[in-house]
Design a protein around this ligand. Structure first.
Ligand code: ACO
Length: 324
């Protein structure tokens, strides 16, 4: 059997770091009241990064991809598949993956975007794994990249304090040993309205609301239940139990969602990679950003068993269990 294995990780945060105190001061100028205490207590977020106005998802993706390629010891032309998970693409079309491909100089290979909001990276990784297993690709670049600051409503304090910009990438290669052990993807379109950017482009105008709207409590309740089920399903497929998980690398939306999922899996928080405090919620970028951070700080080691899990708009959710 042919497997796929992560051989390099990389990530990139735009240089402008905005602490809660900075954001509180900025929002106060337009009469919006919030506080560091509220944000930390409800979300665990202390800072996030925002890209400069002329910087796009593909720019962030390019930096993260270069680092992942370097870590994997390969060149752009060695890549034969590019998948970018993003909900904040550079353009309506072509895909951010095509724009990234050209910036990288990896022209020729298939390149496309996956749109599953905060579950985008687990979706993209699962698709790349399937294409490698089938023989359609040998060495894939899988990226999560977002500029969520562009779609935030800075008059809505219940959402604008939660998100940040950034990108993370992995190189996924064909291997005789696993690698990715199991994955599980789901969506339930009945919940489109609880987390969405409902606007669209038509006739040269933006129709509808072009900024993020969220029913935070509905998202919270749904997220905790579905993540546990997806995690258990991947463990069952791989014939493993929760005791076999060395590290949980969840989508970094909110520390309380992460604590609840860890509790359900009987994992202590020191088995959970946490970057939400410094990155905020970077949607599809959050898992590869957290993974790269954990790899580069030596927190996770080669050979360890990782459970990645994502949940987000759609409603979408999924998990990938893998050996690093
Ligand atoms: N600063 C100060 N006060 C605030 C703020 C803020 N930024 N935002 C809301 N409040 C106030 C509300 O107005 C409300 O005041 P009231 O009681 O006087 O009406 C009070 O705080 C409580 O509001 P709730 O919405 O009930 O707060 P809750 O405890 O549910 O926390 C939160 C809100 C953090 C959004 C929570 O629901 C949550 O974590 N939801 C999960 C959603 C999430 O993480 N989404 C990320 C995107 S989806 C994903 O990635 C999975």
């Amino acid at each position: 059997r042919r497997y796929s294995r992560i051989t390099g990780t990389g990530s990139y945060l735009p240089p402008r770091r905005v602490t809660n105190a900075d954001l509180v001061a900025e929002l106060a100028q337009s009469g919006i009241q919030t506080s560091d205490e509220w944000i930390v207590e409800r979300t665990g977020i202390r800072a996030r990064h925002f890209a400069a106005p002329d910087v796009t998802s593909s720019d962030l993706a390019l930096e993260a991809a270069r680092k992942a390629l370097e870590a994997a010891g390969c060149q752009p032309q060695d890549i034969d598949l590019i998948i970018v998970a993003t909900s904040t693409p550079d353009m309506v079309f072509p895909s951010t993956a095509c724009i990234l491909q050209n910036k990288l100089g990896a022209n020729g290979c298939p390149a496309f975007d996956v749109q599953a909001v905060c579950s985008g990276f687990v979706y993209a990784l699962t698709v790349a794994d399937a294409m490698i297993q089938s023989g359609a690709a040998r060495r894939a670049l899988v990226v999560g990249a977002e500029v969520f600051s562009r779609i935030l409503d800075f008059k809505d304090r219940t959402t604008c304090v939660l998100f940040g910009d950034g990108a993370g990438a992995v190189v996924l290669e064909a291997s005789e040993t696993p690698g990715i052990l199991a994955s599980e993807l789901h969506a339930d379109g009945r919940y489109v309205d609880i987390l969405c950017v409902p606007g669209g482009v038509s006739g040269g105008e933006v129709l509808g609301h072009p900024l993020l709207k969220m029913d935070g409590q509905a998202v919270f309740k749904l997220a905790v239940g579905v993540l546990d089920k997806a995690a258990r399903a991947t463990l069952a497929k791989a014939n493993l139990t929760d005791a076999d998980i060395d590290w949980l690398i969840p989508h970094q939306a909110n520390i309380r969602i992460m604590q609840s999922t860890a509790r359900k899996l009987k994992l202590s928080m020191d088995k959970v990679v946490v970057t939400v405090d410094q990155h905020g919620n970077t949607s599809a970028a959050s898992i590869p950003l957290a993974l790269d951070h954990a790899v580069r700080t030596g927190q996770v080691q080669k050979g360890e068993t990782l459970l990645l899990e994502g949940v987000g708009g759609g409603f979408t959710w999924g998990a990938v269990l893998l050996k690093l």
